[in-house]
Design a protein around this ligand. Structure first.
Ligand SMILES: Cc1cc2nc3c(=O)[nH]c(=O)nc-3n(C[C@H](O)[C@H](O)[C@H](O)COP(=O)(O)OP(=O)(O)OC[C@H]3O[C@@H](n4cnc5c(N)ncnc54)[C@H](O)[C@@H]3O)c2cc1C
Length: 443
């Protein structure tokens, strides 16, 4: 890279957000550099992960069919795991949804980011972007209170009209926290209850065994997401996703709760893998990779300023994620696309002022992204401050269902009366009030 090269846009980070932004701008003929610190795009990235093809198609068109996707998701399972006080886990309450229409029209696929991100970045290169791996952006260059480029670990400075920051989130201070304009950092330090800490193992298992154990047809996939005792009652969830010849097994919870309980994501993972309902699914599967990462959970209120003089912020770096629906990659791609469109309009108008770049915030505000962010703004605090939703209530449900299903000589009238008495003793009014609060938080 030559010194003082000037691009229309420099994009920091080749994750879903950065690559989507780079493809959108390069397709419109803009000069774009996409910088990635990993040896290859994706080599450092972590996701469950389920990817939603609708958003991919919006960016690369029919080429999405060539993407290295693992299995289309035909069945979604949600389990609420329970444990009675100080006892070993004995039950889970499940909701399984198998939708065979997904065979014809899949809307989500399991993916492995190391493969997917590399392919996605290739599409950016094909569109005309300059993709530069093994390049750490060490700081944003600020002149006269405007971001004018980036300084890289290779000793090069790259200049551009706009820097699109798609660095994701990490434990250390990122570029946004380090950069100061008008005496203020571009993003404040994250609080421990605004991020989840997650760990994931990729476990190798023969495709035939995956299909047998997860009740899938050859090539098809399933998700299992587990709440309650799976995270030892902390706000978060654990998952198993089926890939072609591996399983993605992982999950996480709020960093503040790890700090308070002195537990680690690895404790959670071991606890989950040894749950009697999970262990048989993983039997014989060999761990081939172990990964850890943060997930933004600050909700709508946690979103930083996403545009400013000479910069835009997308994806996880902008705290755009919906943990209730385990969506993040799609918010990243869509926000990257909207940022790309904003830069294209700025280029057409030859006006890269902050006022012009504010178009990006307007686009976000009018999109489903902000609608969803507002809708679930209170969801994570609700779980954080009401642990009974993930501990006591699943136990009560377990006891009620045990009574309901057990055939033991008692009449159904007796059983019904016994269940009602138990619910009254456990606080029927409180449970009703908490259910109302939960529904209200997600209205
Ligand atoms: C365990 C786990 C499970 C998840 N499961 C799902 C799921 O099932 N479905 C879903 O939709 N979402 C899921 N997510 C969320 C999803 O992974 C993120 O929302 C998404 O990856 C955000 O994309 P991004 O491009 O903003 O950031 P990232 O994917 O984090 O990409 C950021 C990129 O920037 C690079 N980078 C960072 N700093 C620099 C620098 N200074 N210089 C150069 N490059 C840099 C990084 O190497 C990386 O490539 C999951 C997340 C985790 C942790």
């Amino acid at each position: 890279m030559a010194d003082e090269e000037k691009f229309d846009a420099v994009v920091v980070g080749a994750g879903p957000a950065g690559t989507a932004a780079a493809i959108t701008m390069a397709k419109a003929g803009l000069q774009v550099a996409l910088l990635e610190r990993g040896q290859k795009p994706g080599s450092k990235n972590v996701m469950g992960g389920i990817l939603y093809n609708h958003y991919l198609e919006e960016i690369v068109g029919d080429a999405w069919k060539q993407a290295p996707l693992e299995r289309p998701i035909i069945e979604e399972r949600r389990w609420m795991m329970t444990r009675r006080w100080m006892m070993t886990p004995e039950a889970y309450i499940g909701l399984d949804y198998k939708n065979l229409r997904n065979r014809e029209h899949p809307h989500s696929f399991s993916v492995l980011r190391a493969k997917f991100d590399a392919w996605f970045a290739e599409q950016a290169e094909k569109a005309g972007a300059m993709v530069v791996p093994e390049t750490v952006v060490e700081r944003l260059i600020v002149k006269n209170n405007r971001v004018v480029g980036v300084a890289t670990g290779r000793g090069d400075d790259l200049y551009s009209e706009v820097v699109v920051v798609c660095e994701g989130i990490g434990l250390g201070a990122g570029l946004l926290e380090k950069t100061v304009i008008d005496g203020r950092p571009l993003r404040r330090k994250l609080r421990a209850n605004e991020v989840a800490m997650a760990a994931k193992e990729i476990m190798q298992l023969e495709p035939g065994l995956i299909e047998e154990r997860f009740n899938c047809e050859p090539g098809e996939g399933c998700t299992i997401e587990c709440f309650g005792d799976s995270t030892m009652g902390m706000s978060g969830f654990m998952f198993i996703y089926t890939n072609k010849d591996t399983l993605s097994v992982g999950g996480g919870a709020l960093l503040s709760e790890f700090n308070a309980t002195l537990r680690s994501p690895n404790d959670l993972l071991e606890h989950f893998k040894n749950h009697p309902s999970v262990k048989p699914l993983l039997r014989g599967a060999e761990t081939v990779e172990y990964l850890g990462h943060l997930i933004p959970e600050g909700g709508y209120r946690g979103i930083p300023k996403v545009y400013g003089p000479g910069y835009l912020v997308c994806g996880d770096a902008a705290m755009l994620s919906n943990p209730v629906h385990r969506e993040g990659s799609n918010l990243a791609m869509e926000s990257g696309r909207l940022a790309g469109e904003t830069v294209i309009h700025a280029k057409e108008a030859e006006d890269f002022s902050e006022r012009r770049l504010a178009e990006y915030r307007g686009k976000l505000d009018h999109s489903w992204i902000m609608a969803d962010m507002r809708k679930y703004d209170k969801a994570v605090p609700l779980l954080e401050h009401n642990p009974q939703l993930l501990t006591k209530y699943p136990q009560v449900g377990d006891r009620a269902l045990d009574e309901f299903f057990r055939v033991d000589g008692a009449s159904k009238w007796d059983k019904q009366a016994k269940i009602f008495k138990m619910l009254r003793k456990e606080g029927l009014f409180r449970m009703g009030w908490d259910t109302f609060k939960a529904l209200w938080a997600m209205k």
